[in-house]
Write a protein that binds this ligand. Structure first.
Ligand SMILES: *Cc1c(COP(=O)(O)O)cnc(C)c1O
Length: 394
């Protein structure tokens, strides 16, 4: 027995680790991006830039700051457990784009990760199977294992979801399929027509979660817009977040849009006050700040181009991305000392330069790093640091 797993109370020692559900014992915890303060403490550096968690480089919208400031005086009270004001703001926001649905189709979450977990807890049992793609967002496997279900990982195609292979992996035990479009960390996206063929192939008693955390960054209508397909596919659950394009990552707020019966079930397992007051008012406020969204999306497409050009100039290949981040291979195509170092080594060397990116070892992509699109000067600083780090090794 491992000593660190012993809980000692007087003479009674117990291996509490072994008390946990086997699927929980086998869980690999989510590895978040390194916080700026942590690197500051470790290296005593100032002027650190974080391009590790796909946050919005613009910072909070002014409208959010004002809304939260005026809500502060209500902070001693519980928030509205039904999140009425935010739900109504969401209906209004989508109605302006002619996308109409009902209040009772919404489930609010403490981040969309919360929503993903609610879905697993409401629907998935230990004899069920949950399907997702190789290289898919890590939270899918965590919430699947946390409820003791069998995770079925389908090999990726060109780093992206192979929807045909996924539909061929269905068994009588399949309860749920998680899809991310665009996917994190690869940035890949599938087309609307491929998605419709996929939905037509999936029986209606299998739930499909379409995670559109980066949906706001996609402008082309050749990609699916989950909401517009909901009426045709009642087994579809759309998940969206305020953490990325809306710039509210620290607030923790996301939502699902689904059929009313699914929303009712998700709301039954939800914690009564899972979204706090400041998240509720901040999210409602930013939905009225279309300038903020537009500015961020515009900045993102320019920054993506800047990074693609910069990586290309360093001879590094990357996976074309539809999100606000890009995964790149750390070995220059011309390098003759291939495999002399790993993505993790480059990550560590970039930390020394005060630049935080994301290693992808836990996605089984050890040769890759993921960098979030920052402000133009942050992108430039990342590229310069990367250039000197790579040059020092080749
Ligand atoms: C960032 C991200 C989320 C959002 O997580 P929140 O809990 O809403 O902050 C969801 N799905 C994917 C694929 C992501 O990359």
């Amino acid at each position: 027995m491992n000593d660190s797993k012993l809980g000692n109370v007087g003479n009674n020692a117990c291996d509490y680790f072994s008390l946990a559900q086997p699927s929980v014992q086998a869980l690999h915890p989510y590895l978040p991006g390194k916080p700026i303060e942590e690197l500051q403490r470790e290296l005593g550096l100032s002027n650190i830039i974080k391009l590790a968690s796909n946050e919005n480089p613009l910072g909070l919208s002014e409208k959010v700051i004002q809304a939260i400031q005026s809500a502060l005086k209500e902070g001693a009270r519980y928030p509205d457990g039904n999140g009425y004001v935010l739900k109504q703001a969401l209906l209004d926001f989508y109605a302006r784009k002619n996308q109409v649905f009902d209040l009772n189709q919404l489930t609010l979450g403490n981040g969309s990760n919360d929503v993903l977990e609610l879905i697993a807890r409401a629907f998935v049992g230990s004899s069920d199977e949950v399907i997702f793609s190789e290289y898919a967002f890590a939270v899918y496997s965590i919430v699947t294992q946390a409820v003791g279900a069998k995770a079925v990982e389908v090999p990726a195609k060109d780093w992206g979801h192979d929807l045909v292979a996924i539909s061929q992996s269905l068994t009588s035990k399949t309860k749920l399929i998680f899809l991310a479009n665009p996917n994190n960390p690869t940035g890949t996206a599938f087309s609307n027509s491929d998605f419709i063929s996929f939905m037509d192939a999936v029986p209606s008693n299998v739930l499909v979660v379409l995670d559109e955390a980066y949906g706001e960054y996609i402008k082309e209508d050749t990609f699916p817009d989950g909401l517009s397909l909901l009426a045709n596919y009642p087994n579809l659950i759309i998940s969206r977040t305020f953490s990325k394009a809306w710039g509210l990552a620290s607030m923790r707020v996301g939502y699902a849009i689904s059929s009313p019966v699914i929303a009712d079930l998700l709301n039954r397992v939800r914690q009564p006050f899972n979204v706090n007051l400041f998240a509720l008012v901040g999210a409602a406020a930013v939905l009225n700040d279309s300038d903020y969204l537009e500015k961020g999306v515009g900045l993102n497409s320019k920054g993506l181009k800047q990074l693609e050009d910069g990586l290309g100039a360093l001879g590094l290949s990357f996976i074309p991305s539809k999100g606000n981040f890009i995964a790149f291979n750390v070995y220059p195509e011309s390098a003759n000392n291939k495999k002399a170092y790993t993505g993790m080594d480059i990550y560590q060397l970039l930390l020394q330069e005060g630049v935080i990116v994301r290693p992808l070892v836990n996605y089984k992509m050890p040769d890759f790093l993921r960098v979030s699109i920052g402000l133009p000067e942050e992108n430039q600083r990342f590229l310069s640091s990367l250039e000197s780090v790579i040059k020092s090794l080749n």
